[in-house]
Design a protein around this ligand. Structure first.
Ligand SMILES: Nc1ncnc2c1ncn2[C@@H]1O[C@H](COP(=O)(O)OP(=O)(O)OP(=O)(O)O)[C@@H](O)[C@H]1O
Ligand SMILES: [Mg+2]
Length: 501
């Protein structure tokens, strides 16, 4: 007892379903307090209660020994609580400074009118950006920023509101190693200001590194809460899933077949140069690299989102000199992305509708959508992916990780032959990651080829047959599975070259 923040005996029900079951949660001042648990364990819900988004059905909250009542986000804000959500909460059409100061713009008090003091606003924003060593103009419109940069803007917004409790829900799920390093520096500096940080993440290695304290919850109940030095990763996993986890990377030996995908002398407006590689039936091909290496640009060019490109793309032996998402899909190439969790989902409709949207033909009869077929085929995928929700549930009510699995299900529904999967397990808990890997296994077993873009090096090494390492828009190295190690990959990813050349 005696923690800066205490949540006691919190109960929360959603439609008679007890999501938080008499849970206690404490956080220490000036520390990083990690909160971990499987997808759907109740982490975001617990923190949304603290942030005033949901009222609890019962329970009490104490800050600095004083009982507080938090009934809405405004009250939470007045108590110094800020939450950085799993889903983005910035205004895409506003610029950085406007986002940071929205609804609390500094005012110029002249005698007659109150006007926004733009000068002060931009200067203050610039100061924050400098403090975090971010070389971005405060006038930049937010929707042109990378996901990492958007996260930093959110953190700056919280700090500028003098928050003394900052909740970060999966801040790193869309970030690369380099960006995470920057974020950790930001977190450590924030900690020094006496700010209490609550940090939700599925990346346990990361938690070992940044957290001072860890709390494990399962099925809405507190399992364990202790200092980070007292536990190792295996103990945390065991507390999370309630059992020992077998193989973290269930890589299968799949027969590699004929070539179905080839990229030749591909270039894109100076951002990609001379990219050459092939991919075969049954193969899992990894593409990794640090932020700015061009791996995501490559995926977007291959799928026709960005273009035009120089060079050729061959799909099933057919050459394509330009690509659009439509042509890609028609030829069995798809791009699965779940960055920022809610990307690619349609809000306010059911899970089933979200899954079948990519292939409405399959669930239609004479041009009309047949709801029963839609529900049945979705149900099957929901079971295979162990999403554990009804196909009729509204997508918004699913936890972040489960939404991610739905994005996956959606693309599996198309029977694609070449799947480019962008960060397949970001934001997914360690137990469900294995489910995703097994789905990838199933895909390649059925003759597809999976191109997996990932910054999670153990995952790339654990699951891929070959690994492409990119740097500065170029391929620096292609490893066979046996040759790869984290050190070797990082060497090439940070600009290293083969000494043989
Ligand atoms: N608004 C809502 N309405 C109905 N059910 C909800 C709602 N929000 C969350 N749930 C359910 O509550 C449970 C806990 O969800 P929560 O989002 O807190 O999980 P989480 O631990 O954050 O998981 P993840 O790691 O996947 O983000 C899930 O079963 C989810 O489906
Ligand atoms: Mg969550």
């Amino acid at each position: 007892m005696g923690s800066f923040l205490e949540m006691r005996k919190i109960i929360k029900l959603f439609n008679n379903n007890m999501v938080l079951n008499n849970i206690d949660f404490c956080a220490d001042k000036g520390k990083v307090n990690a909160l971990v648990g499987e997808n759907g364990a109740g982490k975001s819900t617990l923190m949304k209660i603290l942030a005033g988004l949901y009222p609890p059905d019962s329970g009490e909250i104490f800050i600095d020994g004083k009982k507080v009542s938090i009934n809405n986000p405004k009250q939470a804000q007045e108590l110094g609580i800020a939450m950085i959500y799993q889903e983005m909460r910035l205004f895409p059409d506003l610029n950085i400074a406007e986002n940071i100061f929205i609804r609390r713009e500094p005012m110029k008090n002249s005698k007659l009118v109150r006007r926004i003091d733009w000068d002060v606003m931009y200067k203050k924003t610039q100061k924050y950006l400098d403090y975090f060593d971010l070389k971005i103009n405060p006038h930049t419109q937010v929707n042109t920023l990378s996901i990492a940069q958007q996260k930093f803007v959110e953190i700056i917004r919280a700090l500028s509101r003098n928050a003394n409790i900052i909740i970060m829900d999966e801040p790193t799920s869309a970030l690369t190693e380099k960006e995470i390093d920057v974020l950790f520096k930001v977190i450590n500096n924030t900690k020094k200001l006496g700010v209490t940080i609550i940090y939700i993440s599925h990346r346990l290695e990361e938690i070992k590194k940044i957290a001072d304290r860890v709390t494990v919850i399962r099925d809405g109940k507190l399992i364990e809460s202790c200092s980070i030095d007292e536990v190792d990763i295996n103990q945390i996993v065991k507390a999370m899933v309630g059992k020992e986890l077998e193989d973290r990377y269930p890589k299968l030996k799949v027969k590699i077949g004929r070539e179905i995908f080839r990229v030749q002398s591909l270039g894109f407006g100076g951002r990609l140069t001379d990219i050459n590689f092939t991919a075969r039936k049954g193969e899992i091909l990894g593409i990794t690299g640090l932020s700015g290496s061009g791996r995501r640009t490559l995926a977007r060019v291959l799928f026709g989102i960005n273009g035009p490109y120089e060079g050729q793309i061959y799909l099933n032996g057919r050459v394509f000199r330009y690509m659009t998402p439509y042509i890609a899909k028609m030829n069995g190439l798809c791009y699965v992305t779940g960055i920022g969790t809610d990307e690619g989902l349609i809000p306010d409709v059911t899970v089933a509708e979200n899954i079948t949207i990519t292939n409405l033909k399959r669930v239609s009869r004479m041009g009309f959508i047949d709801r029963n077929t839609e529900y049945d085929s979705s149900k099957d995928l929901i079971e295979r992916l162990e999403i554990g929700e009804s196909e009729r549930e509204i997508i918004d009510n699913l936890s972040g990780g489960k939404q991610k699995k739905v994005i996956f299900a959606k693309w599996l529904f198309t029977n694609a032959k070449v799947l480019i999967i962008d960060e397949p397990t970001a934001g997914i808990d360690i137990g469900s990651k294995v489910d995703i890997y097994n789905i990838i296994n199933e895909l390649v077993l059925s003759g597809a080829c999976v191109i997996m873009i990932s910054s999670d090096l153990p995952e790339v090494i654990g699951m891929c047959d070959r690994i492409i390492v990119m740097f500065n828009g170029e391929i620096r190295k292609i490893f066979n599975r046996e040759e790869a190690s984290q050190e070797k990959i990082l060497y090439f990813a940070s600009g290293g070259k083969d000494t043989m050349e």
